[in-house]
Write a protein that binds this ligand. Structure first.
Ligand code: NAD
Length: 440
């Protein structure tokens, strides 16, 4: 099949490369000229484990091409996948301007009837809206299908190659057949391709993210309660998660959820509910709990050090989670902003996300010292705070840290170090909801 993917970001580049790996001929299109220039040179503009190999292999096999020109890239395509961003607008709604702009342009440039696949996360009703736009503006009869993406950054390739499910919202048997053809080379199990109407597919994506965010916010609040009552979230989590009705996933407490999806998708669902005058009290609470969770580490550091004014804080981790360079809505950046506002000096390390963090922090980045070696961050600092669960942070050299840190404060935003009992090595150690002096 000849397909085009419009939007070559975390989702579009992975989808394009993976569909090419399955033998389709794919052209990835993006308006960002520097991104396309880098891809044409064989450079991968994002950090995603394993993606470089798949991109380079398929590029060499001429199954994967890149362009900034929508007319050229979509020429002769049976399927055009839209994977542009749908960021949060000021009022919380998903900003649809990029999706609608692409749809409008496609109406003008497509010279054959095509199936337009919305892979971007879009509010319920977008499929109908884009279909109406195309019907109004295109001379040919294009059909719009919804196919939300569920991949996780850091594990995007395995998620794409072996998905739990592929949700597809279609209006006709003809569109269903096209989508079956698109996914046929993946040899999915029966039932793995889930067909439904477009509105239900759009809703499924938001509900999945809101459900996961709910589990995180719920456990984050319970972790804070654990600390207050002298219980340990680690034991509680194992005890609760072993119930098969609950399951162990997404029960880790932490510094608040971030990333390009959960925060904005929760807000977009809240906005949709307000528009339709349906109360979503649980989701309102999930969002509010996350806002306070993102303030927890700064509050704990202030308690531990008395004041943050004039202090130096080492921050390990900038990405919103491990195995990605994505810092959108990262709790680490929220922490850094609070630390600077409270008068602290920040030294920060991340194995992959320093450049993206610099860009995201803008002016504030000039006030932060970014270091390549994580121990350069902790040298002479008052406290060390770990915010991202990178594997390389899991077994720190405690002796070295003890010698480096002035105030011997270790703040563990991911409960990575509880098993090392840093308190018994002379640190003031705190995690999120963990009992530091465990009863023997
Ligand atoms: N990142 C994830 O983990 C993830 C997972 C599932 C779903 N999603 C959803 O997928 C969509 C894309 O997310 P992302 O993280 O890949 O975004 P991204 O910001 O990484 O990439 C979007 C790309 O679209 C490009 N673009 C914008 N307007 C364009 C246009 N008119 N023509 C061509 N390209 C254009 C941008 O330059 C950018 O490269 C969003 O709706 C998001 O919610 C993301």
């Amino acid at each position: 099949m000849r397909i085009a993917v419009v939007g070559t970001g975390y989702v579009g580049l992975v989808a394009g490369a993976c569909f090419a790996e399955f033998g389709h001929h794919v052209t990835c299109i993006d308006t960002d000229k520097s991104k396309i220039a880098r891809l044409e040179k064989g450079e991968i503009p994002i950090y995603e484990p394993g993606l470089d190999e798949v991109v380079l292999r398929n590029r060499a096999a001429h199954r994967l091409e890149f362009t900034t020109d929508l007319a050229i890239g979509s020429k002769g395509c049976e399927v055009v996948i839209i994977a542009v961003g749908t960021p949060q607008s000021d009022d919380g709604a998903a900003d649809m301007r990029y999706v609608l702009a692409v749809a409008e342009q496609l109406a003008g440039v497509l010279k054959r009837e095509a199936v337009i696949v919305l892979k971007s996360t879009v509010p319920v009703g977008t499929n109908d809206r884009v279909q109406a736009l195309l019907d109004r503006t295109a001379t040919l009869k294009h059909r719009v299908v919804n196919n939300p993406e569920f991949l996780k950054e850091g594990e995007a390739l395995s998620d794409f190659f072996e998905p739990d499910r592929v949700v597809i919202g279609v209006r006709s048997a003809e569109d269903r057949a096209v989508m079956e053809h698109l996914y046929a080379p993946m040899k999915l199990r029966p039932g793995q391709l889930m067909f439904m109407d477009p509105r239900s597919a759009e809703m499924t994506k938001y509900v999945a993210n809101a459900m996961l965010a709910t589990r995180i916010s719920f456990m984050n609040e319970i972790a804070v309660l654990c600390e207050a009552v002298g219980a340990d979230i680690a034991g509680v989590r194992t005890g609760v998660g072993s119930d098969p009705r609950i399951g162990p996933q997404f029960l880790m407490p932490g510094p608040g959820y971030g990333g390009s999806c959960f925060p904005k998708d929760v807000k977009a669902l809240m906005h949709l509910a307000v528009e339709h005058q349906v109360p979503l009290r649980v989701i309102d609470g999930v969002d509010a709990a996350n806002t306070s969770q993102k303030k927890l580490l700064a509050a704990k550091l202030t308690r531990a050090l008395g004041t943050l004014k004039g202090r130096t804080i080492a921050v390990w981790g900038l990405a919103f989670k491990a195995k990605t360079d994505d810092v959108r809505e990262s709790p680490a950046l929220a922490l850094i902003e609070q630390l600077v506002a409270l008068g602290a000096t920040v030294r920060a390390h991340d194995p992959e996300a320093i450049q993206t963090a610099r860009e995201a922090l803008g002016e504030l980045a000039h006030e932060i010292t970014f270091v390549k070696d994580k121990y350069d961050a902790s040298e002479g600092a008052d406290a060390l705070c770990v915010v991202t669960e990178w594997a390389e942070y899991r077994e720190p050299d405690l002796e070295r840290l003890h010698a480096q840190l002035r105030e011997k404060v270790l703040m563990d935003g991911r409960n990575l170090w509880a098993h090392l009992s840093p308190q018994s090595h002379g640190f003031r150690y705190e995690g999120i909801g963990i009992l530091v002096n465990k009863p023997s």
